[in-house]
Design a protein around this ligand. Structure first.
Ligand code: NIG
Ligand code: FE
Length: 421
């Protein structure tokens, strides 16, 4: 088949390929991936067909029907993989934002029936059509930022019917526009209001009434918020074990505000990702990296401490040095991060967590794909992978985190189709 799309004269082609292919990038590998100077990417339909230096482009594969995009010496890279969002919710929490600015804490607001529970009330009151419309608006924003695959958690229903509704909305949103959506079940966000003070009973309800209604082929991951005011390590272990026994991949929100041991527990159960980890120590990270042979990814969310006005950021530099693979994400949600700017999260990963530009780019592409089990589909530019590609308006890798808060995206290609320009 001749090439259907060619992107040429890529000043720096960030392939994100390079050893090892069988694990997320960790240690020196997180920055050791290949950059091609003056390169091209060629696609056949929805897949990448070839990647290489311009001097090696096979002109015989080009036809008059081949669409050509000139990169004019700029950076070209894989589409961003946004591996942790709470995409589907009703309402917003600007009033709580004001309270936080006056000094109230995230957990105090939650304990007072606000926070996540505030959004649960707004979400339950919203119709499925309203939730879908809002999710589609957010996805369009993400797409303009160059996000081409996105994980979307439920977790603002907290009863069986509404949680199932949120998962339906996430799936439907994925079908109605080009960004690929990977849904995650986070019914175990906090105990539903009907189960206040009875977290164990609430989790038993999820295991008995909701998990049997979910198909791991459609909802690949189950997540839980392990934290004071949410679920204990013991309850989280039992819940995740039940989910694993039903064939789901595991994720956890842990060590966000306290060091409870949730990350190590989830890693022991084979979780694909450990998210937040602001209170995870370098020593625990090294133990996790060794125990999981570098297969579990730490998903770091630097916009959350920024937005919650907290001082503590996950020691990403130490994690990478300890051999723990690191991904970065916004954690987009109405409470702890209303931002969809994954580029800002990438810059903050450099500024507050000590990642290098090359490590941070790997954290929003290849390692993020591993964090949601999509590494065979996206996250790098290699033949056979989906043709999800960004042409940026910058000329070199370090400019990506440098233009703080900017959106460097010039063109977005998803599945071989130009969707933003
Ligand atoms: O990932 N930490 C728990 N859950 C979300 C925030 C949810 C909310 O505040 O609405 C998070 O930060
Ligand atoms: Fe989250």
């Amino acid at each position: 088949m001749p090439y259907t799309l060619l992107i040429r004269h890529c000043g720096q082609l960030l392939t994100l390929t390079g050893p090892p292919a069988t694990r997320p990038l960790a240690g020196p590998d997180q920055s050791g991936w290949h950059i091609i100077t003056d390169g091209y990417v060629a696609c056949e339909g929805s897949r990448i067909a070839a990647v290489g230096p311009m001097a090696e482009l096979e002109e015989s594969q080009l036809t008059p029907a081949t669409r050509t995009i000139e990169a004019h010496g700029r950076v070209v890279m894989p589409g961003l993989v946004e591996c942790h969002t709470h995409l589907v919710f009703g309402g917003q929490r600007a009033a709580e934002f004001e309270r936080k600015l006056r000094g109230e804490s995230y957990l105090d607001i939650l304990a007072g029936g606000g926070g996540i529970l505030n959004t649960v009330r707004a979400t339950r009151a919203a119709s499925e059509a309203e939730l879908l419309a809002a999710a589609l608006r957010h996805l369009a924003d993400f797409r303009r930022y160059g996000v081409t695959t996105l994980e979307a958690k439920s977790g603002y229903g907290l009863d069986a019917a509404t949680e199932l509704r949120l998962l339906r909305v996430a799936r439907e949103a994925g079908l109605q526009q080009p960004v690929r959506v990977v849904p995650t079940f986070l019914g175990a966000h906090v105990p539903g209001p009907e189960y206040a003070g009875r977290p164990t009973d609430y989790l038993a309800m999820l295991v008995n009434e909701v998990l049997p209604q979910l198909d791991p082929a459609e909802i690949p991951f189950v997540d839980i918020f392990c934290e004071q005011g949410a679920f204990s390590v013991a309850d989280s272990r039992e819940f995740l074990t039940a989910a694993r026994n039903r064939g789901f991949g595991l994720k956890i929100h842990a060590e966000q505000l306290h060091e409870l041991g949730g990350c190590e527990m989830a890693a022991e159960l084979g979780a694909v990702s450990l998210d937040h980890a602001d209170y995870l120590s370098a020593e625990a990270a090294a133990r996790i990296a060794a125990a999981t042979q570098g297969r579990t990814v730490a998903v770091l969310l630097p916009l959350v401490p920024l937005f919650l006005r907290l001082e503590r950021y996950a020691p990403g530099r130490a994690f990478i040095d300890a051999g723990l693979p690191v991904a970065l994400s916004t954690d987009f949600n109405p409470g702890s991060c209303p931002s969809k700017n994954l580029w800002l999260a990438l810059s903050m990963g450099c500024l507050k967590m000590g990642l290098t530009p090359a490590e941070a780019v790997a954290a929003v592409t290849r390692n993020a794909a591993w964090a949601i089990g999509q590494q065979q589909e996206c996250g790098s530019l290699a033949p056979g992978l989906r043709a999800d590609i960004l042409v940026l308006n910058v000329g070199s890798l370090p400019e990506i985190p440098y233009w703080l808060g900017d959106n460097p995206v010039q063109q977005v290609i998803i599945g071989g189709e130009l969707v933003e320009e």
